[in-house]
Design a protein around this ligand. Sequence first.
Ligand code: ARG
Length: 297
Amino acid sequence: MASIAPLAWGRRYLMCRPEHFRVEYAINPWMDVDAPLDTDLALTQWDALAATIESAGATVELIGQRPDTPDMVYAMNYGFVDGDHVALSHFRFDQRQPEVDSAEWWFGELGYRATRIADAGAGAFEAGDAFLFGDKLVVAAGPRTDASTHKVLATTFGVGVATVGVVHPALYHLDLSFCPLDETKAIIAPAAWDAAGRATVRELVPEPLVIDEDEAYTFCANSIVVGDVVVMPQGVPKRVAGHLERWGFHVVTADVSELHKGGGSIRCMTLPLDTSLEGARSASSHGRDAHAVPALD
Ligand code: ARG
């Protein structure tokens, strides 16, 4: 059995119980304002998901949902955490922007330093587009995050940014096509990316589990990983779960079908609170040194 080099993060999450979940506007192709939605079932499914994440060994922290932001359950998007600093998103769509005010308050109460990426000069940035993988900060440029934001993220965090162009309207956040599993393995859906993005990910991920577009539509890349446990949405293709099990992961599933109606699944509902870019910072400063020092031959 192949061995797993567990991620250093993914054991502490911020989540938002969907007390005011609705689909009342459509900002991604999954959202249909006319489709029936069972809000009680959404709550039951969310409660079961939170319990599953806790039994996998992670801690869940809670933020209350504002009545005026029906999408707030998708907590991953509030911002990106680096140790005790969080860079808060600048949402593409106005409907979600008030979530940032609540997140800023929540992080402040907990003693984090919170900066708004927009105040640093960024265009759109939604944190569902940003991942730590190995010692790299990987960020999408696409429907929800502007390419011009990458420079601002690099300066804000003091790291190099690996850019992945997302071009698929239904796989609009990076967390729908890219799921870090451990230090060298990730689920990837290249159908979501442009040619340069595919090449970048090929370089970055030594051991990819490649899924096709239909597999990505099950939201199976929108899973979270707690050590060697992968918490996946019910409906994950058998092929994908089987591959993970052969690698030595334990797959557990949760039915979050009502929450899929907003265009997000498990990863979207969980903001990792234990990410640190310390390793990425030293890797990129070594990188800079290597460039700065003239060759001695
Ligand atoms: N309705 C939300 C939106 O369109 C869903 C967000 C899903 N979150 C995610 N991290 N992919 O913004």
